[in-house]
Design a binder for this molecule. Structure first.
Ligand SMILES: NC(=O)c1ccc[n+]([C@@H]2O[C@H](COP(=O)([O-])OP(=O)(O)OC[C@H]3O[C@@H](n4cnc5c(N)ncnc54)[C@H](O)[C@@H]3O)[C@@H](O)[C@H]2O)c1
Length: 211
């Protein structure tokens, strides 16, 4: 049975990914240990959302209360579903600049090491699966702040004729800029995702999302 693994499945993007792929008929394995409540307090907990997904989709949504840094648990899970896993959508993260500065070790291990654990489990146990990582524009650091902007009727836009007028692509440098520690841990994850694609030939993609 085709399975989609969604990390951070109780969160904003993860839960919407569950709805989308469950709607297409996939079985979903959601990984979320409600670490958002650890980062930002009980009022930020996403456990209510994980509970809703379980109630809405029944057997087709399996919730796993696993920390993505827990290599043993992640490998056991990927071993259980093996080649049934067609797609991994990795959204679990520490998402705040300010919080990252308060605890750089936790920020880096969740964002960077957690991504490595998932990539390596994919390579070892379901190498044909597509791996999608929700990255961030903060991988560019403060470089976008120096783009020429023009005031228009409804907002500020990059000047017409500029190479990034229609959007910023991978050709913008991620070097020589100030990222915040959050940006640095996401760069590490983003480059790992790209590297597993280039070096191992896996089907990986790193997307910038804005919700
Ligand atoms: N929402 C946006 O506008 C936006 C913009 C740019 C980038 N992003 C990126 O997209 C991703 C998801 O964003 P979001 O807004 O859905 O975040 P979110 O905080 O709503 O969801 C993340 C989920 O991951 C879970 N989680 C955190 N650490 C975990 C761990 N160690 N193990 C298991 N689960 C863990 C949390 O409990 C939470 O439910 C993040 O990587 C973020 O950097 C989001």
């Amino acid at each position: 049975m085709s399975t989609v693994v969604v990390t951070g499945s109780g969160g904003l993007i993860g839960s919407q990914s569950v709805h989308f792929f469950a709607g297409l008929g996939f079985n979903i394995v959601g990984i979320d240990n409600d670490m958002r409540a650890v980062f930002f307090g009980e009022s930020a907990s996403t456990s209510w959302n994980s509970q809703l997904l379980s109630e809405q989709y029944g057997d087709r949504y399996q919730h796993k209360n696993i920390d993505i840094r827990d290599r043993t648990a992640i490998e056991a899970l990927f071993k259980e579903y093996g080649a049934d896993i067609e797609l991994i959508i990795h959204t679990a993260a520490q998402p705040s600049h300010d919080w990252a500065a308060s605890d750089p070790h936790t920020d880096f291990t969740v964002n960077a090491n957690g991504t490595l654990v998932l990539l390596e489990a994919t390579r070892q146990l379901c190498p044909e699966a597509v791996f999608i990582f929700t990255s961030t524009n903060k991988v560019y650091g403060d470089t976008p702040n120096y783009l020429p902007l023009e005031e228009q009727e409804t907002g500020w836009e990059i000047a017409a004729g500029h190479a990034f007028h229609r959007g910023i692509d991978e050709t913008m440098s991620i070097d020589h800029s100030k990222h915040s520690l959050f940006g640095a841990s996401k760069v590490a994850a983003d480059v790992l995702v790209q590297e597993y694609g280039r070096y191992f030939g896996m089907k990986t993609a790193s997307l910038e999302v804005d919700v």
